[in-house]
Design a protein around this ligand. Structure first.
Ligand code: ACO
Ligand code: ATP
Length: 667
């Protein structure tokens, strides 16, 4: 048997492919078999798993450090937990002629086994079983003739795989597809060129080669700099990188703008960037472990009259049709089929629950694919959360021809009074509950996180059916289905268009972040749509607070805010609470900006650091002027100056508030 395995391995190398071998059985048995294989087949045998294994071993969360490197053979240990993004990433590091050996529990008991990975994609403190994912994964394996499954108490059998043609690895010179595109780019009239491809097709290398051969200047931008290493290596000295937010804020000019992973940048930002350069080359992955964006990039492209769209289809580091790449893509739903069907016709709206992964898997698969084609951040973590995490809810709009819209919501809130107050004062920040906690931590309602909310995490409507009222109808459906909830909420990267949508869905703006996200170039906005009297009260209170603070926030946010102007400068009771929570507890500075500005209008003291910071003098400058060691020391002094001002205004009220907020840390 081992001889046959060695012969097959040699053939895989010749054919430029890699394969998955699953060993399913009791913990000790499967490890023993994997070790025996390792002894027979020479190679690196990198092992990835949460429990220590003989070297070379790496826990899943440290694998990112090894990306970019290549290995011959690897083992992934999924006996206790299955970090599927690490599994996919490991597959991506394997050279032609490699085996990826996957250890799993026996398949009949696996669905009931607690999965340690659940701690990453849920707020649970204990691992729990993830049956929907396990069933889906095992079904995918069973349907794949190229994957080998070795079950305990059964012999290892190797099917007779048909022969493939010989493979020739890339050598650093442009591959045929790359060369053809480079020729087009070299002789390109002004306009936009978009290159889309699946992972590992040589897009980044192509962009780098283009920069190197360029008779002019280029600026590279991308949501994450680390992702541009390959491009930098192929570009050589001409490589010049600027993050999207920095580029937007600058006056930089060049002959070419190169945007890596363009779909990860919101269309309005991308459009502003592209408009500044005579020529732009946009690249984007249409499948991957970090999500996609094909449909929405295409929609963006439709706005440009002179646009060329090109694709790279052949993998570089292994042969086309590699069985390992194919099974990973199947299992993690990387293929983006959401746009191949046009969902014309009358629509039905329906709630969808997680058991649909068992009863009607095609529907949630299509929903996941539509959501990931619209949201670049969708990752295998989301797939696992969607399938098995508690508190998830879904709705869809579909016609006989296919899926037109998908909505994903998650339950939030319901924290105890004391915990919510502690979050408000900045003492605690438990995991999860994004909007519910943010309302408490950044808003003006200490009990905000006690209410029950349901947050829209993702919504997407098929590009061919947008502006047809489907998004609005999905939200209306969710509202009727949200029994027992005080409000629906959403957190999104603010653009005027998207805000218009949420406004039309009946949402009220309650918070806007003070920094542009470097990756998207947008401010994070949060909005609520109340469902109960308590929800109404919270929404009205937070909206009013945001309006009161609007003029002060405007100094921090260079985006026109859709808020009525308020000139209220009185220090209210709420202001006293917030100021005390900043001065005497741990509330963040930015959450108290409005109250702090009103405080300064009401006291005569000099308070140089506070006044300086509120006038947006930089932290570094203030630290330098005051001889402080850094941001932490500055924050302590800002809190002290606030305390001083409160004492000067009303010493007994200040002391009383101090006692109250300081009690919030003990519960
Ligand atoms: C948490 C999150 O998911 S935030 C991200 C939201 N999702 C995305 O951005 C993915 C890509 N976009 C989409 O899938 C869709 O465009 C959605 C979900 C934003 C909107 O869905 P649609 O079905 O197109 O919206 P719908 O037709 O119901 O629009 C209702 C109203 O919102 C407003 N609106 C919707 N889209 C836009 C837009 N692009 N620009 C301006 N206003 C808009 C309009 O007022 C519209 O009414 P009108 O057409 O009568 O003027
Ligand atoms: N012509 C070439 N010769 C040799 N190696 C190449 C060539 N083109 C690309 N590569 C290598 O192949 C790998 C994949 O290429 P690249 O990173 O450009 O692909 P990509 O499509 O941008 O992938 P991803 O979507 O994963 O970022 C890289 O290791 C790169 O160095």
């Amino acid at each position: 048997m081992m001889e046959a395995l060695c012969a097959l391995t040699a053939r895989m190398k010749h054919e430029g492919i890699r394969r998955l071998l699953v060993i399913s059985g009791e913990d000790d048995w499967s490890l023993q078999q994997a070790t025996a294989l390792q002894q027979q087949l020479p190679g690196d045998w990198l092992k990835v798993g949460s429990q220590a294994l003989p070297e070379p071993w790496c826990p899943p969360n440290a694998l990112a450090k090894l990306l970019g490197r290549e290995f011959q053979h690897a083992m992934f240990d999924a006996r206790r937990g299955f970090d599927v993004a690490a599994f996919a990433a490991l597959a991506g590091t394997l050279q032609a002629g490699s085996w990826l050996v996957l250890l799993t529990p026996p398949h009949d008991v696996w669905p009931q086994r607690p999965d340690e990975d659940a701690l990453r994609w849920s707020e649970s403190a204990q691992p729990f079983p993830a049956p929907h994912f396990v069933h889906h994964f095992c079904r995918t394996l069973a349907d794949d003739p190229q994957t080998i499954i070795w079950r305990q108490a059964q012999p290892l059998t190797l099917p007779a795989f048909p022969a493939r043609e010989a493979w020739h690895p890339a050598n650093g010179e442009p591959e045929a597809e790359q060369a053809a595109i480079l020729t087009q780019l070299a002789d390109c009239p002004p306009g936009v060129v978009v290159v889309t491809a699946e992972r590992g097709r040589g897009k980044s290398a192509l962009a780098g080669m283009h920069i190197r051969q360029l008779n002019g200047t280029a600026i590279v931008t991308a949501p994450a700099r680390g992702a541009t290493d390959v491009m930098a290596a192929f570009a050589g000295e001409q490589f010049r990188f600027m993050a999207p937010d920095a580029l937007l804020a600058s006056q930089a000019r060049a002959d070419w703008l190169i945007v890596d992973e363009a779909a990860a940048i919101p269309s309005p930002v991308l459009q502003k960037l592209v408009a500044r350069f005579p020529r732009a080359l946009l690249t984007t992955t249409v499948q991957g472990y970090e999500g996609t964006g094909r449909g929405f990039l295409l929609k963006f492209c439709a706005r440009f009259p002179h646009l060329r769209q090109l694709t790279l289809s052949r993998p570089i580091r292994w042969a086309q049709g590699c069985p390992l790449e194919a099974i990973v893509s199947e299992a993690l739903l990387f293929a983006d089929n959401s746009l191949t069907r046009l969902p014309a016709g009358e629509l039905d709206y329906a709630s969808v629950e997680q058991d649909a992964w068992q009863t009607n898997p095609a529907l949630p698969v299509a929903m996941y694919q539509l959501l990931s084609s619209a949201h670049y951040r969708t990752s295998p973590l989301d797939l696992r959360r969607m399938m098995d995490a508690p508190g998830q809810h879904f709705a869809c709009a579909h016609s006989d021809a296919g899926l037109a819209g998908a909505l994903w919501l998650v339950d939030e809130g319901g924290l105890s009074d004391t915990l919510s107050r502690a979050v408000w004062a900045g003492y605690r920040r438990p995991r999860g509950n994004l909007v519910a906690q943010s309302l408490a931590a950044h808003g003006g309602s200490p009990l905000a996180a006690t209410l029950i909310g349901r947050r829209v995490t993702r919504i997407a409507v098929h590009p061919s059916r947008q502006r047809d009222g489907i998004g609005q109808a999905l939200i209306a459906h969710a509202r009727t289905a949200a029994e027992g909830c005080d409000y629906l909420s959403v957190s999104f990267g603010y653009t005027a268009e998207l805000w218009r949508f949420w406004q039309r869905c009946g949402f009220t703006l309650v918070r806007i972040g003070a920094h542009r996200e470097a990756s998207s170039g947008c401010y994070t906005a949060m909005a609520l749509s109340p469902l109960t009297a308590a929800g109404e009260q919270l929404t009205a209170h937070e909206h009013q607070r945001l309006c009161r603070d609007g003029q002060w926030l405007a100094a921090w946010i260079d985006e026109k805010l859709p808020l009525p102007v308020s000139s209220d400068t009185m220090l209210s009771d709420d202001d006293w609470d917030e100021l005390a929570s900043f001065a005497f507890a741990h509330r963040s500075f930015i959450a108290a900006v409005g109250s702090l500005n009103r405080l300064l209008l009401n006291v005569e003291l000099s308070l140089p650091l506070l006044r300086g910071r509120l006038q947006r003098q930089s932290e570094a400058q203030l630290c330098h002027d005051a001889g402080l060691s850094g941001r932490k020391a500055l924050l302590v002094r800002l809190r002290q100056e606030t305390a001083q001002a409160l004492m000067a205004l009303d010493a007994s009220r200040a002391s009383q508030r101090r006692t109250l907020v300081q009690q919030l840390q003990f519960f």
